[in-house]
Design a protein around this ligand. Structure first.
Ligand code: HEM
Length: 388
């Protein structure tokens, strides 16, 4: 299979922008109207979620070895859309017709064969993982909202109680759907290490014009039920090989949540064993009132292994550390041989990573996921093919 030709042909097709998903969905829904109800009612801003992922993931099939865990998670996570094996040929057929349409004369029999084979390989990994998970976990978890606390003007803290056990690792995330916004799933990260009572805390940033975050902060209330997808992500979990290396944690806004879960996990281990790596957390916010976990983190800073520095970017009268959190973290005096976990809005993550690399940190020691739901579009970036 000529995977270079797959990537080159996808690059050509992607140049047609929004027309590509438009054509794909028109073909899919015309030929399989029964699939329409799996997708959001209004797809204006959403169209691109599946199609761009399809192009990117399938054309990068040569990296399948590296990204198999991600593809398996994706397959398991697709159970929340009620996707089953029988749906894959329909999506594959629409993908091929779309490619043919946009490539015109450049579409060859060889390309058709290679795209079909590549799609088949990815689909097989997704379907197998999904089917295997049927024995051990539900397609989604129904959860009760235990409390919804508007912590600041634009951060709401939710406590959720899943009906069935929901196992995740600190640092992972999951998609959530609220009753008022059917099929508009958004990703959130548990802010707590797994608790005995099974409850999960999430931090929701109010996004200007964001349909889901607005509805959560204005109207979600105790007793409401939400749906949670399977836990996903392994970039912000603690690497097995961390071996007591110091940790540098850099959070922007509610990007703090998965890092707080990691800290809680370390704190519990420390209480039991007396051992913990040195951890320094930089939490960046624009204004001091955005430091919505300041009290808790200040208390934790009494631990011998944990330090916390709040960083404010916009308020020039703030008496503490001021600046962009990535730039401040890059001046951290600790050893460069440490593991960094970075989470926040895309621009903040990209800036922080560049600053850390510029300050001598090795790129391979910096772990991050790009969550657009901390930005205006409220969606998580699919990462397959990037091997981030
Ligand atoms: C190789 C096969 C496939 C890949 C790589 C893939 C990948 C993706 C990705 C990355 C997303 C975005 C997830 C999110 O942000 O929540 C997505 C969404 C979705 N996928 Fe797939 N998918 C595949 C096959 C399918 C199939 C066969 C179906 C069945 C119809 C399907 C239905 C959906 C639906 C309903 C969504 C949500 C769309 C939205 O909210 O706009 N996918 N897919």
């Amino acid at each position: 299979m000529d995977t270079r030709a797959l990537q080159d042909s996808w690059a050509v097709v992607a140049k047609s922008g929004d027309e590509v998903p438009h054509f794909f969905y028109a073909h899919l829904f015309l030929n399989h109207p029964e699939l329409r109800e799996m997708f959001p009612v209004s797809m204006a801003a959403q169209r691109d979620k599946l199609v761009s992922a399809l192009g990117r993931v399938v054309s990068n099939v040569d990296k399948l070895g590296e990204v198999t865990p991600f593809i398996e998670q994706l397959g398991r996570d697709h159970r929340r859309f009620e996707v089953v094996a029988q749906h894959y040929p329909a999506v594959g057929a629409s993908l091929l017709v779309t490619l043919q349409h946009f490539l015109g004369a450049a579409w060859t029999q060889q390309l058709a064969t290679d795209w079909a084979e590549a799609y088949g390989l990815i689909a097989k990994v997704m379907v197998t993982a999904a089917e295997q998970s049927e024995e051990t976990e539900p397609a989604w978890w129904s959860a009760e909202v235990v409390s919804a606390e508007r912590r600041t003007l634009d951060v709401t803290v939710l406590q959720l109680r899943p009906e069935l056990p929901f196992s995740y690792e600190p640092g992972q995330s999951f998609a959530m759907e609220i009753p008022a916004r059917p099929r508009l799933w958004r990703y959130y990260s548990p802010a707590n290490a797994p608790r005995e009572d099974g409850t999960v805390e999430i931090h929701v940033q109010l996004v200007a014009g964001g349909q889901v975050s607005t509805s959560i902060s204005r109207s979600l209330k105790p007793g409401d039920r939400v749906r949670m997808g399977a836990p996903v992500g392994d970039r912000l979990t603690l690497p097995d090989a961390n071996d007591g290396r110091p940790l540098l944690l850099v959070a922007g806004g509610t990007g703090l949540a998965p890092l707080r879960a990691v800290i809680e996990h370390l704190d519990r281990a420390w209480a039991n064993t007396g051992r913990a790596p040195r951890v320094h957390l930089y939490h960046g916010a624009r204004w001091a009132w955005n430091l919505y976990e300041h009290q808790l983190l200040s208390q934790l800073a009494s631990r011998p292994w944990f330090d916390y520095t709040p960083v404010i970017s916009d308020d020039t009268s703030y008496p503490g550390v001021r600046g962009l959190v990535g730039a401040v973290a890059a001046r951290h005096p600790g050893p460069r041989e440490c593991t960094s976990l970075v989470c926040g809005p895309t621009a903040m993550v990209e800036h922080t990573v560049a600053q850390l690399v510029g300050a001598g940190h090795s790129e391979t020691d910096i772990r991050y996921e790009l969550f657009e739901n901390l930005d205006s579009t409220e969606t998580r970036v699919a990462q397959a093919g990037d091997n981030r």
